[in-house]
Ligand binder design. Structure first.
Ligand code: ADP
Ligand code: MG
Length: 351
């Protein structure tokens, strides 16, 4: 009995000291995943504890990065490049996580009326090569010919991605097809990583992979848990305001697709990296499109799709989705919010 009381007292003391434990805000940044900067903010009792967590997160994100890579092969891993290299040849056995990502991406193709199409690789590759060449030698920058784009577009049918979930294989039945998961991979990887660490007991963390943000819970503040403050980058790089506005989120994701970071210029006109599948040309109506919703994978897929949609179509589309909000910035700098977006804004705006 005495021993039981002592054990109970010790347990109570542990709980009490646990409550009183002070946490400090830490921030870490690293390169190496998804060709961008990853920033992690968290509250830990010690630097060692936070650093160890960051290491585990980096490992997890690296796994997704390798699975989604279209340019490099990794020993012992079948990735998107392996699938592309085997187009028209043979099904490729891949990790279950890659199967889930591809199933999700296929679903998003139908949900976005074909706007986000991971089977667009052949067309995206052409734009990628012309962009790289145009950036390294601006004087010789040129647009790909219509003929070249149209030929490539013959190999972009989503139905030619054959997924066998039982065998865990993927086969591209069109030998001219290639996958590019650039529009969905970052968000999907962050969402899966966040859920993994949520399941592991992490209750407060901010993950930011190159502007794809996912919050786990809120952050500890003076009055208990408070929302995270996320700045949305101003696409107008000449403006003195680096941020367009700030949103407050707990357990949500904020993802932007912009035309202000990856583009090249031909005869004074900018051509960015998001391609409208119906015109095979870069979508040029907006300079920024930001999506807020819980699931970061969905936010990423939608950010690309709504960036391509004409404004009225995009507004209707977003209104029709539960728990999804959007912000558009037009070519003339006009900012448009979906109805519920304003409830996330840090400062209320005048109409
Ligand atoms: P970011 O790269 O800034 O995160 P996105 O999430 O919009 O922006 O992804 C853009 C990438 O997605 C491009 O670099 C390209 O690889 C790919 N992509 C471009 N247009 C499409 C499209 N219509 N459907 C699917 N993927 C696309
Ligand atoms: Mg996207």
């Amino acid at each position: 009995m005495k021993r039981l009381i002592i054990a109970l007292l010790a347990a109570l003391l542990l709980i009490a000291s646990g409550c009183a434990k002070k946490t400090i805000r830490y921030q870490a940044e690293f390169l190496g995943v998804f060709d961008t900067v990853t920033t992690i903010v968290g509250f830990s009792e010690s630097k060692e504890e936070f650093t160890a967590l960051v290491g585990r997160i980096k490992d997890k994100l690296t796994e997704y990065h390798r699975l989604c890579d279209i340019y490099h092969s990794y020993e012992g891993i079948n990735n998107i490049k392996t699938i592309n290299d085997n187009a028209g040849i043979a099904p490729v056995k891949v990790d279950k996580e890659l199967i889930s990502l591809l199933l999700f991406a296929k679903k998003q193709y139908y949900a976005t009326d074909g706007k986000t199409n991971i089977a667009l690789g052949s067309v995206l590759r052409i734009w990628h090569d012309y962009r790289e060449k145009g950036i390294s030698d601006p004087l010789s920058a040129e647009l790909p010919s219509r003929k070249l784009l149209e030929q490539a577009a013959r190999h972009t049918d989503i139905e030619d991605i054959i997924i066998d979930t039982k065998a865990s294989t993927v086969y591209l039945s069109d030998s001219g097809m290639s996958l590019d998961v650039g529009a969905v991979a970052k968000g999907y990887a962050i969402e899966r990583t966040a859920r993994y660490f949520e399941g592991d007991g992490v209750s407060s963390l901010l993950l930011d992979v190159g502007g794809n943000v996912r919050a786990i819970g809120g952050k500890p503040g003076k009055n208990g848990m408070e929302p995270w403050n996320i700045g949305i980058k101003n696409p107008d790089k000449e403006s003195k305001d680096t941020e367009l506005c700030s949103v407050l989120i707990s357990g949500y994701s904020v993802v932007s697709s912009g035309s202000y970071e990856r583009y090249y210029t031909v005869n004074g006109t900018r051509y960015n990296h998001i391609i409208d599948p119906s015109t095979l040309m870069p979508a040029s109506q907006f300079t920024d499109l930001t999506i807020i919703c819980r699931d970061s994978g969905l936010a990423d897929a939608l950010s690309t799709a709504v960036f391509i949609m004409p404004l009225e179509m995009g507004k209707k589309f977003v209104e029709g989705l539960n728990g999804v909000e959007a912000l558009w910035v037009t070519g003339t700098g006009e900012v448009i919010y979906s109805k519920g977006f304003k409830s996330f804004l840090k400062v209320t705006i005048k109409e």
